[in-house]
Design a protein around this ligand. Structure first.
Ligand code: CP
Ligand code: NVA
Length: 333
């Protein structure tokens, strides 16, 4: 499998075998890391990490993974660089690719990361856009395979805003990998019909399926994985909170949904999560709109079947795999 030189912008660009290969490489690196065995196969290279939105997991994953692979990493944000205000994406790409071996980008429109990739001579990795979050998908797949052994035929039920980066990406992942994707959401939060059509095409090949329903219990029925994300994403205005809470409350992930899922079902969330009031925004919104938890109850978040911190750790191993396979040749011993 040769992915050297490839961009990583959305999973639409990768076959099921290529996706599985990246996850296998991640599992290999995870084992090496746990055994304390060096795996600095990208020694001497350098990567640029552009973050136009905030991050904990993705930034730390890229930085730690780069170090483990023997690379230097430079973090750039719009405040401390010329990006956006004084320099276009195309010019930024041409400057950075003359100094770095790979560029990560987290920002707003998918077209920005695509523009960056168009003008860059080195691989560009999407660290999250409004439309897609592909590195998160590899971490989710690794976690699912660690728990269930394999992913084929499993049902993943996504609850909440199904038109944004997480649901879009999970629908692509499931349909590519032969999984059954169900979204529980109000109709106006269903994914873009064009993307659904594309994913239905993938399902024909993989044996997967897609169900969009306004009934949270129908979505959760017999699910192996129940997944949710924040109801208001980064970059969205404060004004949307009130309507979101009203519209998405029936899709809050709670114990009752697990009662109709498979007995072995697990809970996943990309994080960060509003499962209590121990955050600044959670507290402010909780007091304003009178709630104590949002997209998931604290009970589910803290339950033994919640694998969210394993999933978060897997961000690092999978991001390491993405950088390694696109920058170097990986030999798994
Ligand atoms: N899941 C995720 O992307 O987390 P961060 O926003 O902390 O990077
Ligand atoms: N939908 C969320 C995902 C965070 C990882 C956001 O874009 O803020």
């Amino acid at each position: 499998m040769d992915l050297k030189g490839r961009d990583f912008l959305t999973l639409k660009d990768f076959s099921a075998d290529e996706i599985q290969y990246m996850v296998d490489v991640a599992a290999y690196f995870k084992k090496k890391k746990k055994a304390g065995e060096p795996h600095d196969i990208c020694r001497g290279k350098n990567v640029a990490l552009i973050f136009e939105k905030t991050s904990t997991r993705t930034r730390c994953s890229f930085e730690v993974a780069a170090r483990d692979l023997g690379m230097g990493a430079t973090y750039l944000d719009p405040k401390s660089s010329q990006i956006g205000k004084k320099e276009s994406t195309a010019d930024t790409a041409r400057v950075l690719c003359s100094m770095f071996d790979g560029i990560e980008y987290r920002g707003f429109a998918q077209s920005n990361v695509e523009e960056l990739a168009k003008y860059s001579k080195v691989p560009v990795w999407n660290g999250l856009t409004n439309e897609y979050h592909p590195t998160q998908m590899l971490a989710d797949l690794l976690t699912i395979e660690e728990v269930f052994g394999s992913c084929k035929g499993l049902k993943l039920a996504y609850m909440g805003d199904a038109r944004y980066n997480m649901a879009n990406s999970l629908m692509i992942l499931c349909s590519k990998m032969g999984m059954h994707f169900a979204a529980g959401a109000p109709k106006e939060y269903f994914p873009d019909p064009e993307l659904v059509k594309t994913c239905e095409g993938y399902c024909k090949e993989s044996g997967g399926s897609i169900l969009l329903t306004e009934d949270a219990f129908e979505a959760a029925k017999d699910a192996d994985i129940i997944y949710t994300d924040v109801w208001v994403s980064m970059g969205e205005p404060d004004e949307v909170w009130e309507k979101r809470i009203k519209d998405l409350s029936p899709y809050k992930v709670r114990k009752e949904l697990f009662e109709v899922a498979k007995k072995s079902a697990i809970f996943l969330h990309c994080l960060p999560a509003f499962h209590d009031l121990k955050t600044e925004i959670g507290k402010e919104m909780g007091e304003k709109y009178n709630f104590t938890e949002l997209e998931v109850t604290d009970e589910v978040f803290e339950a033994p079947y919640s694998h969210v911190f394993q999933e978060a750790e897997n961000r690092m191993h999978t991001i390491k795999a993405v950088m390694a396979v696109t920058l170097s040749e990986v030999k798994m011993d």
